[in-house]
Design a protein around this ligand. Sequence first.
Ligand SMILES: O=C(O)CCC(=O)C(=O)O
Length: 296
Amino acid sequence: MKLPFINQEIDVNIDMRDSNDILDNPDALRYRIADDGYLLIRGLHDKETVLTARHQILEKLDEKGMLAPDTPLMKGIFNPEYPEPTSTGSMGNIDLTHLPGFKAVVEGESIMRFFQLLLGGEARTFDFKWLRTAGPGSGSPIHYDIVFMGRGTKDLYSCWTPFGDVTLDMGPIVFCLGSNRFDKVRETYGASDVDRDLIEGHFSDDPSEVINKFGGRWTTTTFSAGDVIIFSMYLMHASLVNTSNRIRITADTRYQLASEPIDERWIGKKPKGHYAWKQKDVNIEPLEDSRRKWGV
Ligand SMILES: O=C(O)CCC(=O)C(=O)O
């Protein structure tokens, strides 16, 4: 089915398999995430817990004027008069990410227990939370997560959590299956760090180019409140463009063994974050130059 990335509409499969059948088998989970690069778990969270968080987040967005007047709060319909339809204002915004309902999901028992089982020891999560309140027209570019958060253990996982149902027109996350085995890309782009190397961060503006040059295939699915998708630092992904009139509320949060080194940019009461990348007066190397240098 043709679906829109930021710069291009291409054929995307809608066939991700869930791992609910192996949820109590850590060896099988580990084997699958190493192989497929992801674990889709339907209904990991209690739906009501997720919807409570959604309600609390939407109340805050409403106070900011992001919701269309006189529309039902829980529908999350974007106010077309609001000046900024992208999600950047919500990432790491503690007004939102410290909401008790939100924390009850991303730091709650279901997810922490899951990671304890997967990792085989006490798990911890970064304090910084990438909450996205993505309005119409927004989408995320193609990247590996490691370039943004690779200063600690590489045995680190992202978890993408929808706070409400996410249909295909709301711009769900989309994965390039097989990209965890793009060896040269892993060794070059995948060894970079956006704050050290001052690169663009994303790998390509062109989803067709990625599969034509390196292989793999793009795939996504629809999500319901309660579902999560967990993926490796080296699985290339993006999000599709939100073509609906609703705000896509999702979070991407990170988990690792508590005993392993952690990327210091994302921990503490006020995480430092990207101290160089995309900061004022910092020159970013053009993507084509980085790719030429890497030979990919
Ligand atoms: O939700 C999005 O727009 C992108 C998510 C993402 O890049 C991530 O989970 O690492």
